[in-house]
Ligand binder design. Structure first.
Ligand code: SPV
Ligand code: MG
Length: 538
């Protein structure tokens, strides 16, 4: 029998961490994204810290955030993760009755356990004048533990009882008395908190405790204690309670200061998580797939990507695979481009492949073949996919990537046909498709009525207005005209040597072609220099 084992419930995972021999660790998180990061890092559990949740909300750790606000936050964290969360439930937000309600609400949100501390509501963080704080009445706190245990429906839901005896200065004897009472009241583990810079309190406690019941510690102040020591002491669970928020605060402050000082975000780009990483952490991909599955249609636009050429100028790099498969930030450029198109709801994508065509096959696109790729040009490739030339169509190349705003501008263009021209490119000596337009680029935003006059493949045209980026959008009225022209051009003797600019120049005789200018925001890998530069693309 090879039955797949269902993953353990979150509650069972936490219970096992507490009860099976050996030391375990959980790490603080304070919202959905930090919880997901903690899980992806490899931690087996999350501490939903009162300090860092309140801190991230910009309020004090004094029950200023209401318990339902905390509940809502921890629900986001729980939804974002599959590992157990132990909520720092402060004092339980009231008496036994408030805790009962909290426990049932936490269970319904798949939170695996709650930790309650023996102080008074509203609590104060243990590191703020701990001596001035008061402990809860012991019997009242035991009643609270019992009420929580009686309320939970899932036997594995954990109630961790935390004693603040050391924090308020009540000493070892009181800590032990309370821990034992909480054990007897039904707590699944005891958290013994200490604010010392050495683990003295914990060492003394563990010696007397003699392994009676699982013990949890929070070594925020005795951080230099070797982790091995906790193992020797038979601690069950260590909580790294606030380091993720603290590291975020340092990083946020640095970024804010840099941006403020330079009045620019340019210096940030290489230092911070790319926007794509935020999308990934949010699970954007799943939504794209669901949209493909559940939404009618898709964007009213398709795409044809010409990716037949080897890219000789890239030498050895394209010996094994076509240049569309070259990695940019670890991902084949064509995959990144296809993802970008899909993110704009363009799901109907055709790729014309040629050199090493076996590399270019994916459920994300349809393929057409130009098997004569080494003796023909781009127009010949487009011709192979001519049946796709109807409706709104974007025609482009498989060795380019564009910022999504460029593609969005293209999609929103109401013109019969539109090309994107980079006003800054050109002039590095290699052959490019230079654009001559009715007006040069200007800084005003009313660049709406610029028309293409012609494209010319030649880099030395100083009078050109920019470089065509390879992006062409044909409207539903224009694409049949383009197809008709393509069929006509296929009869020309030189057809096999023609490029897409030749078609665009012909199309121009039939209707205006709108120019949208960009300045950068795209890459095109033609040679080694482009490939190296593409390494910086995020
Ligand atoms: C928390 O993380 O909120 C804790 C631990 O309760 S401490 O801040 O040390 O009190
Ligand atoms: Mg706390």
């Amino acid at each position: 029998m090879n039955e797949k084992l269902a993953p353990l419930k979150k509650t069972t995972q936490l219970k096992q961490m507490l009860t099976t021999p050996g030391l375990n660790f959980i790490c603080e998180a304070h919202n959905g994204i930090s919880a997901r990061i903690v899980e992806e890092t490899g931690f087996k559990g999350i501490w939903a810290s009162g300090l860092t949740i309140s801190g991230s909300l910009g309020v004090r750790d004094n029950n200023e955030a209401s318990w339902t606000q905390v509940l809502e936050l921890v629900e986001f964290m729980s939804d974002a993760t599959s590992i157990p969360i132990l909520l720092d439930g402060d004092t339980g937000y009231g008496n036994f009755n408030n805790l009962r309600r909290l426990v049932s609400k936490l269970e319904s949100r798949q939170v695996a356990g709650v930790c309650i501390e023996d102080k008074l509501f509203p609590k104060t963080n243990s590191f703020i004048e701990g001596e001035k704080q008061s402990l809860a009445d012991l019997d009242e706190f035991c009643g609270k533990i019992k009420a929580g245990k009686d309320t939970q429906k899932d036997d594995d839901f954990a109630i961790v009882a935390r004693t603040e005896a050391f924090i308020v200065g009540a000493g070892l004897k009181e800590a032990l008395r309370r821990a034992e009472a909480y054990r007897q009241a039904g707590a699944d583990a005891i958290l013994v908190h200490s604010k010392k810079h050495m683990p003295d309190d914990i060492e003394a406690f563990m010696k007397e405790w003699a392994n009676r019941h699982p013990i949890v510690v929070v070594p925020t102040t005795y951080y230099s204690t070797p982790t091995r020591r906790f193992e020797e002491l038979d601690i069950s669970l260590v909580i790294w309670a606030n380091q993720i928020l603290r590291s975020a605060v340092t990083a946020m402050r640095k970024s804010a200061e840099d941006i403020f000082a330079s009045s620019s975000i340019k210096t940030q780009e290489d230092k911070i998580a790319p926007v794509a990483e935020i999308f990934r952490l949010q699970g954007a991909k799943e939504l794209q797939q669901a949209e493909d599955k559940y939404l009618p249609g898709g964007a009213d636009c398709k795409a044809i990507i010409l990716a037949a050429s080897r890219g000789e100028a890239l030498g050895e790099l394209t010996e094994e695979r076509p240049k569309a498969m070259l990695p940019v930030n670890g991902k084949p450029i064509i995959d990144a481009y296809v993802n970008e198109l899909r993110a704009l709801n363009i799901g109907d994508i055709s790729v014309v492949r040629g050199y090493k065509k076996e590399w270019l096959s994916s459920p994300s696109y349809r393929s057409y073949d130009n098997d004569r790729y080494d003796e023909t040009g781009e127009l010949y490739s487009l011709y192979q996919a001519r049946e796709e030339l109807h409706g709104n169509v974007i025609v482009s190349y498989g060795d380019c990537l564009f910022r999504s705003h460029i593609l969005r501008d293209l999609l929103e263009s109401p013109a019969m046909a539109t090309v994107i021209v980079d006003a800054e490119q050109g002039g590095n000596g290699r052959s490019k498709d230079m654009a001559f337009c009715s007006r040069p680029y200007s800084n005003d935003f009313l660049n709406h009525n610029i028309e293409l006059e012609r494209l010319e493949r030649n880099d030395s045209l100083a009078s050109a207005n920019g470089e065509w980026t390879g992006l062409l959008m044909l409207s539903a009225q224009s694409s049949p005209i383009a197809r008709q022209l393509l069929e006509e051009m296929a009869g020309q003797d030189d057809f096999e040597k023609l490029g897409v600019p030749d078609l665009i120049n012909r199309l121009k005789e039939h209707h205006p072609i709108r120019v949208i200018y960009t300045k950068g925001g795209w890459i095109n890998i033609n040679d080694m220099n482009d490939f190296i530069a593409a390494g910086h693309w995020q």
